[in-house]
Design a protein around this ligand. Structure first.
Ligand code: UD1
Length: 421
């Protein structure tokens, strides 16, 4: 079945939207739930295909999953007795790497293939491995399988060579039940890391310093049942904020933590968009005359790489030259060729995209190639003259819950079309 979006051009976003739970928290919280034999309840989970796949893997390991409500799940890991997640499923999503930390923490061993995920250039996991090894685990690569074995995990002092969200969380997961104290230096500071630390602490762990670049974890013997609600998704919120800015619209994103969106808010103001901030909402009022600006992606609290494609689309509208530099992922520029098809003037020099803004986009058939780039195409299509088709929406469904319905909530028509091949 071919599934694509048909997007009518020249539509303005207008209205309010309640933001869902954060994908990047949720995909770590679920594996973290396996660190206890007791039942864990997680609320405010987004309904996205990455979560579906992760749950399939956890069920295959022996976990029981029930759903007391639309966006909540109970996970009972008492019968998990398998430390070897099925390769076919693991290959389909990046976040399956969190099962390394959680299964290692629970059983002292895990055997897992290299995780899949969006193609954003090389995505090594050497820092995860370095952390596990420092804690006394033996790591072997055999026939494409990563085998990690530790008779006893011991706390260690780990300095990360690169600031990595995945490695920071994975080491935290392995360390919470290790013997003694683990210190992660040069840790990533993303809000999702704080959410995972809060979850683990509510289970009885002792994690201090999450949200700073030094995280200290004192190992405990046992973790317990917990109820937790996932923090709001700053990337989903940023998507609608940028969409409002790009379409000259007016949107209120509700249920957000405005602090998490400061890097985005600052850039929107710089291009001349009005942003009002409330205790748990942000309002973005688009303007017709935008100014160009330079954007550099960095780990949090820098501008998020996950909103780089969206921001690039917005800057296509701003007359003048804007520079977008991607510092987190080497090759996160797949969207440029597709935007060029729509008439965008973008050239790439190394890690910097040079955007000659101020041109009107026109519709063209687009191919989504990764999650965030795919979502940015919807914004481009809303700005363009004519109707745009976006193919391979499966990438977008990985991380946005029924995005076409969400766009409908803010008054624009994005049609999901399913055709038999
Ligand atoms: C996570 C997010 C992703 C986001 C990214 C950066 C999840 C599931 N995904 O991805 O949405 O775009 O953070 O904010 O939360 N690196 C190494 N060695 C390692 C680990 C990472 O060299 O062992 C490099 C990566 O190649 C990349 C950089 O470090 O260049 C940052 O990657 P990392 O923060 O680990 O990203 P992910 O956890 O994969």
């Amino acid at each position: 079945m071919a599934v694509y979006f048909l997007v009518k051009g020249k539509q303005r976003i207008k209205g309010r939207i309640m933001i869902n739970g954060a994908k990047n928290s949720a995909v770590a919280l679920l594996p973290a739930a396996l660190l206890t034999e007791e039942t864990v309840k997680i609320e405010n989970l987004p309904q996205i295909t990455d979560i579906d796949k992760l749950l399939d893997i956890m069920r295959a390991l022996g976990a029981s999953v029930s759903s007391p409500g639309d966006h909540s799940l109970c996970i009972d890991g008492a019968n998990v007795n398998n430390y070897s997640p099925p390769g076919m499923l693991v290959n389909q999503l990046r976040a399956s790497y969190y099962l390394m930390g959680s299964l290692l923490g629970r059983f002292g061993r895990v055997e897992i293939p290299m995780p899949g995920g969006c193609d954003l250039g090389p995505r090594p996991i050497d820092q995860h491995i370095k952390g596990f090894s420092a804690m006394g685990a033996r790591v072997e690569m055999e026939h494409g399988l990563i085998k990690v074995l530790a008779k006893k995990l011991r706390g260690a002092h780990i300095y990360l060579d690169v600031v990595s969200v995945g490695a920071t969380i994975n080491i935290m997961l392995a360390a919470v039940k290790a013997e003694g104290k683990t210190i992660i230096e040069n840790a990533a500071r993303e809000p999702e890391i704080v959410d995972v630390a809060n979850f683990l602490n509510a289970m009885g762990a002792q994690v201090r310093g999450a949200g700073t670049d030094v995280i200290k974890i004192q190992g405990v013997k046992k973790l317990y049942a917990v109820e937790h609600s996932v923090i709001p998704d700053r990337i989903e919120a940023g998507t609608f904020m940028i969409a409002a800015a790009a379409t000259g619209g007016d949107v209120i994103v509700e249920g957000v933590i405005p602090k998490h969106l400061e890097p985005v808010t600052a850039k929107l103001k710089e291009v001349g968009v009005e942003v009002e901030s409330g205790p748990d909402y942000l309002r973005v009022i688009g303007r017709e005359n935008l100014s160009p600006c330079d954007v550099k992606t960095f780990p949090y609290p820098g501008f998020p790489t996950d909103l780089q494609p969206h921001m690039m689309v917005l800057l296509v509208k701003a007359p003048g030259i804007s520079l977008v530099t991607e510092n987190v992922f080497e090759r996160r520029f797949c969207h440029i060729d597709e935007l060029r098809k729509m008439g965008a003037q973008i050239t790439l020099e190394g890690r910097t995209a040079i955007i000659e803004g101020g041109r009107e986009l026109s519709s063209a058939p687009l191919q989504a190639m990764d999650l965030r780039g795919g979502a940015a195409f919807i914004i481009a299509a809303l700005m363009a003259v004519g109707d745009t088709i976006i193919n391979d929406v499966k990438y977008i469904d990985r991380g946005y819950e029924r995005i076409e319905e969400r766009f409908l909530e803010v008054g624009v028509n994005v049609q999901r079309i399913e055709e038999l091949d």
